[in-house]
Unconditional design. Structure first.
Length: 193
């Protein structure tokens, strides 16, 4: 579905699910800078981690770049990274095309944030971009027993007790798009960010 054709299929019964990172807001560079600052703080050394705009920097990338980190150092870096994220909010960028639809439908439709982002980071990002009041409800990162990943779309649909046929999802990650389809969502905006 292309964004231009969205108006033709949205009715007041539709519930719009918006992902945050990479979909509504590009947070990749802020995320990277947060990791870089956390690595330097924890290791007490300059790190020569290089930003790759084609790949989100995460724990796996961190382990690949600095393979000799202890588990204690890794956990400390992750903790510090969360603290430093707010310092780099000016490096986040609102996806104007997606935001246009958020603004347009926030007065007529139920708008739900469905993200694997941690609650505090998601809320500070939404607040920075003045988007918090556009959402009816929020679904943040959750894990099941033994830390297995929970399908965020299935979780939201079940919690809201709605038909997946009513949902229009805005998502940019292939794995998450697959999860949306598994949850029965038929209208997924395949974004080309």
């Amino acid at each position: 579905m292309e964004l231009e054709n969205l108006d033709a299929i949205v009715s007041e019964d539709n519930v719009l699910f918006f992902d945050l990172d990479g979909t509504l807001v590009d947070t990749d560079y802020a995320n990277f800078l947060s990791y870089k600052k956390a690595v330097e703080f924890v290791t007490k050394s300059d790190c020569n981690i290089v930003y790759n705009p084609d790949q989100r920097f995460n724990r796996t990338a961190l382990k690949n770049v600095i393979p000799n980190l202890t588990e204690t150092e890794l956990l400390a870096i992750i903790s510090e990274k969360e603290k430093y994220y707010s310092d780099f909010l000016p490096e986040t960028k609102l996806n104007e095309g997606i935001a246009k639809f958020l603004y347009q439908y926030s007065t007529t439709n139920k708008i739900i944030l469905v993200t694997n982002c941690r609650e505090d980071r998601a809320l500070v990002t939404l607040e920075y971009h003045k988007l918090t009041d556009k959402f009816s409800q929020f679904f943040f990162r959750r894990f099941g027993e033994n830390d297995e990943k929970i399908n965020k779309f299935h979780n939201a649909i079940s919690s809201l007790d709605i038909s997946p046929k009513l949902v229009i999802a805005f998502e940019n990650e292939e794995e998450e798009i697959a999860d949306a389809k598994k949850a029965g969502i038929q209208n997924i905006n395949l974004l080309n960010l």
